[in-house]
Every structure is written in structure tokens, then in C-alpha cells.
Design a protein around this ligand. Sequence first.
Ligand code: ZN
Length: 233
Amino acid sequence: MPALSSNPARPAAVVLLSGGLDSATTLAIAQASGYACHCLTVDYGQRHRAEINAAANLVRTLGADEHRVMQVQLGDFGGSALTDARIAVPTDGVAGGIPVTYVPARNTIMLALALAWAEVLPSGDIFVGVNAVDYSGYPDCRPEFIKAFEEMANLATKIAVEGTRLRIRAPLIGMSKAEIIRRGSELGVDFSLTVSCYQANDVGQACGVCDSCRLRRAGFSAAGIPDPTRYIG
Ligand code: ZN
């Protein structure tokens, strides 16, 4: 069984960090839990660069052992409003069904990249900020998906076969947006640094009308915490 860390009291974890509110809170939780955090931001060809900059700023303020940005051009496939400029981001309110902002297989791909890094570090823990309560109906944010990925990870890797149980940690999965905001605030997350908007401008200002903006704004309101989001206009 490989050593999981040179410092067993501070085991390594891979943290998927998009630069949004949820992943920022997830990083803060992982840090508070005593993990040496190795943050992975995937630049997948999303509409704007502001998220990537936000991730770097979060690492600076929350602290982490390492931050890597990996390029995977999902825009080559398109098929989502976030990766194909010809598909408009809906702004009329959160509707039923799976919206066009769903990015095909995004969380499967990102978790697979995190898994590869975890095996190299080595690390038995992967943190991801998926949330199944106040979300947009994405199938790859459900607990069943996380559980199935974890099972797959434990079948697919050398590290698991040699004795390390891999765990996909999704600490936000059962929390409401308001609960996530309260928890992040307690842990010192500066939410003004986070970008959740699907179509933020280059300096990270939010549109205020996409599904992600609406869920985020309602979350601050329900949490009773002032919304520090920088909106356009
Ligand atoms: Zn927006």
C-alpha cells in the first residue's frame, strides 16, 4: 500500500475548483478538515475566462498546497450553451428538465482527471462541489452518480487495487444554496471573489438573469447574508 502523504496527519486531497461559490466552499471545507489541498481547475472552453481567474484568487486567499489549470477543449464537441456560442444561455428563469447549460459528461470528465492526479500524488480523497438540492437538474450532480463514480474509481486504478480506498467527497451534495453560503461564510470564503454566472464578462461581473445567477442570488437572500456579487451595469 503506497504512503498517502509524507505527513499522515495532513493527507493529500485533490479539490476540483471551478471558481464558483460551491467549489470555493468545498475547498474551504477540505482545508478546514486538515487536507493538503491540490486544486484542479479545468479550462474546458467555457464562455468566459473570469472563472479561471476566480479560481486562482480563491487559492491565494483560502490557501492550498498547489493549483493546476488543465486545458480540455470540450468546445470542440460543443453541445452546450456554455461551450458553443451559437447556443444562447437561458435568462427567463429556472425551468424544468435538463437545461442547455448542461455540458455533456462534464463532471465525469473532470472527476476522471482528478482521479488520475490523485493516483499520482498519491491521494485517496477527491473533493467536488456538486450539489443536488438547489441545482439546475444536471444528472452528473446526483448522489447516485457520485457513488457510481466512486465504485468505478475503485475498480479502475492501481492505487485502489493495491489497497487504498478512493473516496469521492461531495460535502455540499445535500445542502441548500443558503446552507452552502452560510457554511462558506463561517469558513471565511470571500464570495466576492467567486464567479457563478454562466455568462460573466471578462472582469467577472455577473449577468444577474441566468439560472446560476438566480440560484445564487436566492441563496444569499435565504441565508440572510448580503450578496457581494458584482453585477453588470
Ligand atoms: Zn448570470
